[in-house]
Design a binder for this molecule. Structure first.
Ligand code: ADP
Ligand code: MG
Length: 292
């Protein structure tokens, strides 16, 4: 099996060429989507790892320029669902998908779509910061180089690092190893690396769980800023974080009937509704458990 970190250090390996364009590369992003446009439309019937049905029945939409949080108990399938949004799950052994996920109207699970192209277009930031063992500068230009970017790299690097609220801290160490940065800085560098190629969407799987509270707040503030240019989906086990950053929240729970533990979507809506006025009993209890 390919490890998540390994996968993301070589997200562009795999089936070359022949793919339908997913848009959103080399600065040609943000096309085709109006202000209230749907970026994602999920109609997930079932997700399997081998014979195990890990997740069922997830139907929701993600709108442009919003932050959507996936919350719920450990093992309910938050990461599994997030990884479906850029076909990162294809790298997991035995993974099988039933349903549709439309990205800007295109079914990313259609046969004509190259999953590698999807992963290039839809960036992902992981739990543990995973900068590459190269300079800060080369981390940021990594995706640009793969995409054959012909413009001004230096300008792009500064732009991405500024957008990731990291420029002032690293402008004098652009040519030093990224591994010498603090954990919080490394995570913001990973965000800079992801946004350098101007993806439409940024996926983040518990991006703050391995960094301290001060660095966490910096990333949360940053997410608010990034919303102006990107659509964000985040997995978090931290309900307060969901409340602070997300416009929309999806609460997943686990169905233990039939001897299996299958995650499903209980409730999806505006974050304040989910936290202050949840409709479902399971949501009420889960929220109460954390806040009381
Ligand atoms: N690569 C994998 N192979 C087999 N089972 C997996 C794999 N990844 C996750 N699972 C299982 O799928 C379920 C959902 O996992 P996950 O999406 O990681 O949940 P969460 O992120 O909510 O904690 C869990 O039962 C987990 O053990
Ligand atoms: Mg997870």
């Amino acid at each position: 099996m390919i490890d998540e970190n390994e996968a993301s250090t070589s997200p562009f390996s795999g089936r070359p060429g022949g793919s339908e364009s997913m848009g959103g590369q080399n600065g040609s992003n943000h096309n085709g989507a109006g202000p209230d446009a749907k970026i994602f439309d999920l109609d997930v019937k079932a997700l399997y790892y081998g014979k195990f049905k890990a997740v069922r029945d997830i139907g929701l939409s993600i709108e442009k320029g919003t932050i959507t949080a996936f919350i719920g108990p450990s093992g309910c399938g938050k990461s599994t669902v997030l990884r479906c949004l850029n076909r990162m799950n294809d790298l997991k052994r035995g993974f099988r998908f039933e349903g549709h996920i439309r990205y800007l109207g295109k079914d990313i699970y259609a046969k004509s779509i190259d999953p590698v192209a999807v992963r290039r277009t839809i960036g992902m930031v992981f739990q543990k910061p995973n900068p590459f063992a190269m300079t800060v500068y080369r981390n940021v230009t990594y995706g640009l180089r793969l995409n054959g970017f012909k413009g001004n790299q230096q300008e792009k690097v500064e732009q991405a690092l500024r957008a990731a609220a990291l420029w002032d801290e690293v402008k004098d160490k652009l040519h030093s190893s990224a591994l010498a940065l603090s954990g919080g800085q490394q995570q913001r560098l990973c965000i800079a690396r992801s946004i350098a190629t101007e993806p439409e969407v940024l996926l983040m799987d518990e991006p703050c769980s391995a960094i301290d509270p001060v660095a966490t707040r910096k990333i949360e503030d940053l997410m608010h800023e990034l919303k102006a240019n990107f659509t964000i989906a985040i997995v978090t086990h931290n309900l307060q974080q969901a409340k602070r950053v997300a416009d929309k929240t999806a609460f997943l729970y686990v169905d233990t009937g039939g001897g299996e533990r299958t995650g499903y979507l209980v409730e999806f809506g505006d974050t304040h509704e989910i936290f202050e006025n949840p409709k479902e009993k399971a949501t009420q209890e889960y929220i109460k458990g954390d806040f009381s």
